[in-house]
Design a protein. Structure first.
Length: 401
């Protein structure tokens, strides 16, 4: 994999190429970090090395693209599709200007290589003869032509890709209706408004400076409605496959109409999706990579809710918070853990709404251990699979005032 020398020497030479030929702004700190990260990764896997160095040495999307191009030219010379073991180490990728790279110049300083040297050199650094380039692969060598390696998070074992998509206007309208339904009364704070109940003398005087001291336009104050805080907890376990799309649409719709929303996903562990939901709520497609402990794994509702309370309960769960749990209630954990977590959330929050997609199944009865443990603490029990379901939820949701 390495054109010459050992790994630290190649790292220093590669950073020099990035500085001189690609305009990277690299100093001793970045090179030191790139060397230290080699202690944490698998050095036999070029994907790990590429991904780790790209994170440290690149600072933007453009530099990341240039990094991949420089990485291939430095560590993977030769024609595209040629197996790595058949590529000579002294052959470098030629640029459009046919100018030799810095690594070529360094190899040239080591002296010329002959065809005999190439046969005797076990490292494969000698320049190949024309006969070797035209030879067909031997019986021991694979006949398939490999493409150049590219790092992709999809290839990492245990990582599940998830698309968080923008929602339709119907979802937004239903989410806006839910937020209006959950308004908690008037705030104690007064704010400026075109029309209001209290005359704002200070702002009126300040505005009169623009008209020579004449109070032409009156300023008013009014008290605004307190916006509720909403926490959405989505069950990402295998038993919820096929019903998680509406749950994500619900979270994105709420994030698009209010900033006071927090979104979490859980399977056997808890992960925050708040930033991704807000980006999707603004109209952008967001791709998220979640491990099996969060999406597509087992089910541990009680332990996940307990983790949520320990990490985020003090900040996000108050008397102005509605907790939305989207789950089928199939829990493999101890019912006592789920019961204690639900009791604590009920004590702190204004209400708990449990959205079970199985409620729309004819003949379904919430008789699983998880649902039996959670039912006494639920204030609203419903199912939402489309914007109409969310609009119905806005009419029946209940809170503790």
């Amino acid at each position: 994999m390495y054109p010459f020398g050992d790994l630290p020497g190649n790292l220093a030479a590669f950073c020099g190429v990035l500085r001189r030929e690609y305009g990277f702004r690299l100093g001793p700190g970045e090179i030191n970090d790139a060397a230290r990260v080699l202690q944490r990764i698998d050095l036999t896997d070029q994907q790990h090395v590429r991904d780790a160095w790209r994170t440290i040495l690149s600072s933007s999307r453009e530099t990341a693209i240039a990094f991949d191009r420089a990485f291939d030219a430095f560590f993977f010379p030769g024609p595209s599709g040629s197996p790595q073991e058949r590529q000579p180490r002294t052959e470098r990728a030629v640029s459009k200007s046919d100018a030799p790279t810095s690594a070529e110049r360094r190899l040239a300083e080591q002296g010329p290589h002959t065809a005999d040297d190439a046969d005797d050199d076990d490292t494969g650094r000698g320049a190949p003869s024309d006969e070797m380039a035209d030879d067909e692969p031997s019986a021991e060598e694979p006949t398939a032509r490999w493409e150049r390696a590219r790092y992709s998070a999809l290839d990492v074992e245990g990582v599940e890709p998830l698309d968080v998509r923008p929602v339709s206007p119907a979802w937004r309208d239903a989410a806006r209706a839910l937020v209006r339904r959950l308004q908690l009364g008037l705030s104690r704070r007064w704010q400026s408004a075109p029309r209001g109940r209290r005359f704002d003398l200070r702002r009126t005087w300040r505005a009169s400076l623009q008209t020579g001291g004449e109070a032409v336009t009156a300023r008013w104050l009014r008290r605004v409605h307190r916006s509720p805080r909403i926490v959405v907890l989505i069950d990402g376990s295998r038993s919820m496959i096929g019903t998680q799309g509406p749950a994500l649409d619900l979270a994105v719709a709420l994030a698009g109409v209010t900033r006071r929303v927090e979104v979490f996903a859980f399977s056997t562990a808890l992960t925050s999706l708040t930033l991704h939901a807000r980006r999707a709520g603004s109209g952008r497609l967001v791709k998220v990579f979640l491990n099996r402990n969060t999406w597509g794994g087992g089910t541990s509702i009680g332990a996940s809710l307990r983790t949520f309370l320990q990490r985020h309960g003090e900040r996000h769960v108050t008397r102005e918070t509605l907790v939305l749990i989207v789950s089928d209630g199939l829990d493999v954990g101890e019912p006592e853990v789920l019961r204690d977590a639900m009791r604590e959330i009920r004590r702190r929050a204004a209400g708990i709404t449990w959205l079970n997609p199985l409620l729309e199944t004819p003949g379904y009865e919430p008789s699983s251990r998880g649902m039996v443990a959670a039912r006494p603490h639920i204030t609203t029990f419903a199912a939402v699979s489309d914007p109409e379901g969310l609009a119905r939820l806005a009419r029946i949701v209940r809170l503790r005032r």
